[in-house]
Design a protein around this ligand. Structure first.
Ligand code: LHQ
Length: 263
């Protein structure tokens, strides 16, 4: 599959999806949104892929919706934000959240508006020292979208999430780490190597179980304790029958390291 606005590079089990509109800080056009969703769907279906890295080309991670493209759509008449979000951004975020494989955001630069939502929808976030995060929506008179109102308070708590959403202030990578929004900050020059190291860890992990863990945590975030435990039990039944579980136990008993196949 070839793409116009993203780069899709699969090396062994590690897929790197790179947003590729560097001149516009990888702002999202309708084409980019469609391609990004297709890429994640392909990643889900491809058994060879065991971890996805999402990053940006150039000095930005993603500056959110491409405002030039959005204003063109608005001027062409009949444009509805609601329809647009429901048809493009929302399915993309849901595809990422339900991906049965881990996604690492390698945040190489600014993540703004829906671009910040994209980073928040990943499972791990490693940022370069020079990266920054902003809930840019309020600055242009919009409400946070693409999952930010759901994801951000869960990651950093309501107090800080509201502060960021109401002010639109730019947050440095160091501050984001302090707030618990991201997992790690590294020197700009070390970003690729650090992310690659983490990706290797996931490439050798029990991938099927990782998909189930994501599912369990997401289910639990909107359920009662009782329902969450019932769901854990059901998912544990699936994990318990996986080849990787058998291998994990055998490796433990034989005092060797496990060779997981992701199944
Ligand atoms: C851009 C953008 C951009 C186009 C930088 N669009 N060109 C969903 C549904 C539908 C529509 C509406 O919205 C949404 C959700 C959203 O995401 S709303 C939020 C949209 N994003 C923003 O409001 C952020 C706008 N960008 C900025 O505030 C700044 O560019 C940031 C703070 C991200 C970076 O600032 P700088 O580092 O100073 O870079 P810059 O502003 O000089 O940008 C570099 C170039 O990228 C420049 O193009 P040019 O041709 O002049 O060199 C910008 O125009 C372009 N660019 N963001 N969102």
């Amino acid at each position: 599959m070839s793409f116009e606005t993203i780069l899709y590079v699969l090396e062994y089990s590690v897929l790197t999806i790179r947003l590729n509109r560097p001149d516009k800080l990888n702002a999202m056009t309708p084409t980019l949104l469609r391609e990004l969703k297709e890429a994640f769907e392909q990643a889900n279906d491809d058994k060879q892929v065991r971890v996805v890295i999402l990053t940006g080309a150039g000095r930005g991670f993603c500056a959110g919706a491409d405002l030039a493209a959005a204003s063109q759509l608005m001027m062409s008449g009949g444009f509805s934000y609601e329809d647009n979000l429901n048809a493009t951004y929302n399915p993309l975020i849901l595809t990422m959240q339900s991906l049965q494989k881990p996604i690492i955001a390698a945040v190489n630069g600014v993540a703004a508006g829906a671009g910040m939502s994209l980073a928040l929808a990943c499972d791990m976030r490693i940022a370069a020292e020079s990266a920054s995060f902003l809930q840019a929506f309020v600055k242009i008179g919009l409400v946070p979208d693409s999952g930010s109102t759901w994801l951000l308070p869960r990651l950093i708590g309501m107090t800080k999430a509201l502060e960021l959403m109401l002010t639109g202030q730019k947050v440095s990578a160091a501050h984001a780490l302090e707030m618990g929004m991201i997992n790690q900050v590294v020197a700009d020059a070390d970003l690729a190597a650090t992310v690659s190291q983490m990706a290797q860890l996931f490439a050798n992990a029990p991938t099927k179980t990782i998909g189930l863990i994501k599912q369990a945590v997401q289910f639990a975030s909107t359920s009662t304790l009782e329902a969450a435990m019932q769901n854990e039990a059901a998912l544990q039944d699936i994990a318990g029958k996986s080849a990787d579980h058998m291998e994990g136990v055998a490796a433990f008993l034989e005092k060797r390291s496990a060779q997981f196949k992701g199944e």
